[in-house]
Design a protein around this ligand. Structure first.
Ligand SMILES: Nc1nc2c(ncn2[C@@H]2O[C@H](COP(=O)(O)OP(=O)(O)OP(=O)(O)O)[C@@H](O)[C@H]2O)c(=O)[nH]1
Ligand SMILES: [Mg+2]
Length: 512
């Protein structure tokens, strides 16, 4: 999704990695990549130009705070490159927002008229919105006002039936405005509190289509008029939106087929060109693939970091950074216990549903679907039933101890032994990953941190970390190995070690 723009920002960030300050020349260079990608992505020319000017002005004009305080009150360093990314993020949000995704009500109910060209996804969106409202406890009704395309009514009836939402349709000679008006009356009398009008699409914008929409609007006065646009149409989608907006007042845009949109031009320009915000995103053919639009979320996805900004924010809220870095080093040396595993599980759980956490991580996004939420609870309950000693030295867990633990946690002894086995394999694997010359040292940037020679950047299959070496089931949440750790250079590491040593000395002195 949106790879084209993402790539532009990614190479811009790469260029700024390691620079000591933002200067006109390095900003220009970085922004050249962004400009190319925006144009390639079919972002409106003027929108792209204004965006780049704003980013440049801010990047040059703002004093960079090189230090900030994190959630735990610790001072953290901010590089000029990170400052640049922050500006880009804020300007992207500005470009696409603000947006209020709530749907207006009038006369006691939510009414929505959908408009748009042929094949953009109106009928699908109608059903998705019905589902969306249903989840909020509302009682929607769908109205089939497309009388021109054969099978259009059948399509809506099938979708309605699949989510248990009634569909109103007209008699043969009824015109769309009359069908809608009758639908409204029926919804009232049947106690439905939300109504969605699915209208016909045409191949091109024509007077007839506009007049029909105006007539429907006049006849039922929908509280929300949403324009459905196909993201794959790029700048054409924006042109269509502009033409619609000039003729019919619009409350929002629903941008569909974002799942197949590698470019992202429509998503970025529609608000800036038309003044109409995107309210919903369609991200797949099935009816649950509708998202309320969050400019912040899309901005961070565009910045090529999955939603790593959000992830780091979540992470900072729940974890002590210094502790986390120390843990990460220890874990990568293969020195960790079940107690650590439990702490990590808890950290991850605090960050939100597991699948969401994983989908925000660039390396793990693709396997997020395979994450088994229930598995965590089982692992947690088994560790809970162990004694402190067992947790720190799992090797002592024999058959009879396993039986006791199983009894305490409502699991089977076999599962406990299995957990221990997988834990040992994982410990071994982490140890060998972290060893000089090990797999992690081959990842770009990790060589320094681990003290090994950087290799040619051998790729790692993220599933190796997800599933235990045994193949399935338990996962290793690398909670402490925060992305920034990857950039920790040996100097910083030495400094930290010195600091730790002097802290320890201080403590010893006090004792004496
Ligand atoms: N991948 C993907 N496909 C979508 C999405 N939304 C709709 N589609 C597909 O796009 C095609 C057209 O969808 P419809 O909902 O029939 O479009 P429409 O605007 O009602 O079409 P007309 O009534 O003919 O004007 C269908 O095959 C849908 O499954 C989406 O968000 N992602
Ligand atoms: Mg349709």
């Amino acid at each position: 999704m949106l790879e084209t723009v993402s790539n532009g920002f990614k190479s811009a960030t790469e260029r700024l990695r390691g620079v000591r300050e933002l200067s006109e020349s390095n900003i220009d260079e970085a922004l050249r990549d962004v400009r190319m990608s925006l144009l390639e992505a079919d972002v409106d020319f003027q929108v792209a130009k204004d965006f780049l000017t704003r980013v440049k002005t801010r990047a040059l004009g703002e004093k960079i705070e090189t230090r900030a305080h994190d959630a735990a009150g610790q001072t953290v360093k901010i590089t000029p490159g990170q400052h640049f990314v922050k500006i880009c993020e804020q300007e992207l949000v500005q470009l696409m927002g603000p947006v209020d995704t709530s749907l207006a009500r009038a006369r006691g109910s939510t009414s929505i008229m959908l408009a748009g060209l042929q094949g953009v996804g109106k009928t699908t969106v109608a059903a998705k919105l019905a589902r969306h409202l249903q989840k909020q406890g509302r009682k929607p009704m769908l109205v089939a006002a497309d009388i021109y395309r054969p099978a259009a009514v059948e399509q809506l009836k099938t979708l309605g039936a699949s989510i248990d939402v009634p569909v109103h349709f007209g008699a043969e000679d009824e015109k769309p405005p009359e069908i809608c008006a009758a639908g409204w009356q029926r919804a009232r009398s049947e106690g439905r509190d939300a109504i969605i009008y699915d209208t016909a699409g045409r191949l091109a914008l024509d007077d007839e289509l506009m007049r029909e929409l105006e007539d429907i609007k006049a006849s039922v006065e929908p509280a929300n008029t949403l324009l459905v646009c196909d993201a794959l149409m790029g700048r054409d989608a924006v042109n269509v939106a502009q033409a619609f907006a000039e003729r019919i007042p619009l409350d929002g845009v629903v941008l569909t087929k974002l799942d197949g949109d590698a470019r992202g031009g429509a998503a970025l320009s529609v608000k800036a060109v038309t003044g109409v915000p995107i309210k919903f995103l369609g991200t797949g053919e099935t009816l649950d693939r509708l998202e309320e639009f969050r400019p912040e979320g899309l901005a961070s996805r565009i910045l090529g970091m999955g939603d790593i900004v959000g992830l780091v924010k979540d992470f900072e809220e729940v974890v002590d950074e210094r502790q986390a870095e120390e843990d990460a080093e220890r874990i990568l040396r293969g020195q960790f216990t079940l107690e650590d595993l439990l702490a990590q599980l808890r950290t991850i759980q605090k960050m939100g549903p597991l699948r969401e956490v994983f989908s925000k991580m660039p390396m793990f996004g693709a396997v997020a679907d395979q994450v088994d939420e229930g598995e965590l609870g089982k692992v947690e309950s088994m560790i809970h039933s162990m004694t402190r000693k067992e947790r720190s030295a799992p090797d002592i867990i024999n058959k009879s101890r396993a039986q006791r633990i199983a009894k305490g946690s409502g699991r089977r002894a076999k599962e406990v032994l299995n957990l221990i086995e997988r834990f040992k394999q994982m410990r071994e694997m982490m140890g060998s990953l972290g060893a000089p010359g090990g797999m992690l040292s081959k990842l770009p940037g990790m060589g320094n941190m681990l003290g090994g020679a950087p290799g040619p950047g051998g790729a790692m299959d993220p599933r190796a970390l997800l599933a235990g070496a045994g193949g399935q089931g338990m996962m290793m949440p690398g909670g402490s190995a925060r992305p920034r750790g990857a950039r920790t250079d040996s100097r910083r590491k030495n400094k930290r070690q010195q600091a730790r040593r002097s802290r320890q000395k201080g403590r010893k002195k006090k004792k004496r």
